[in-house]
Design a protein. Structure first.
Length: 201
């Protein structure tokens, strides 16, 4: 039986959300590098001691935000058994790119740089939610006979993730925002062909 949250627990959750929401707003406005813990505390009206009761550093805020992004993205990945695996994959890619695009070029640039600077690749940020969806799509393709096991699901996801981060990094390095969705689709859509069943000519 799930333990009922006390008013103190609810207040703690509310404060945690307030701090992360404020941090995200400040990062969007000024960039991760230029936002300090003092600014976050001042903007959301909490003492530094309160901040450190939830987070050990600014990096923890980034981890928290990334985990939130991945949870929100997982809600956008719609699995429909009536669609073939390629369409499901392409829809997921487009949903991801749309999600990133709405945050804008400046924020994404700052965010990608922060992920690199803070070495976020080894942190737990709910990335398994993306992998679970991709794995489900690959298994459907295998089950339906559209795919063959040209590589493991883990290897495909590693390749997908590397290509996706490459797209975001290239987009971030441009002076102008450009068209993330079209560029991402050009790079990421063809990856699924690696799993397609090859028929003799």
């Amino acid at each position: 039986m799930k333990k009922k949250l006390t008013s103190r627990d609810l207040q703690a959750l509310e404060t945690h959300k307030k701090v992360t929401d404020t941090a995200m707003k400040l990062v969007k406005e000024h960039g991760y590098d230029r936002v300090t813990i003092s600014q976050i505390c001042e903007a959301c009206g909490v003492a530094k001691g309160t901040f450190y009761s939830y987070f050990t550093s600014k990096k923890d805020i980034l981890i928290d935000l990334t985990s939130r992004f991945n949870n929100e993205l997982s809600q956008l990945f719609i699995y429909d058994e009536n669609l073939n695996a390629v369409i499901l994959y392409q829809n997921a890619v487009t949903s991801y790119l749309n999600y990133v695009s709405k945050d804008g070029h400046t924020f994404t640039k700052s965010y990608i740089k922060a992920m690199i600077d803070e070495e976020l690749a080894t942190e737990s940020v709910s990335l398994e939610l993306q992998q679970d969806f991709i794995d489900k799509v690959l298994r459907k393709g295998l089950r339906d006979g559209d795919f063959q096991l040209n590589m493991s699901c883990d290897d495909f996801f590693a390749l997908f993730r590397a290509a996706l981060m490459g797209v975001l990094a290239l987009w971030s390095m441009r002076d102008e925002s450009g068209e993330l969705i079209a560029m991402g689709q050009r790079v990421l859509f063809p990856l699924i062909n690696l799993m397609k069943k090859q028929y003799p000519s």
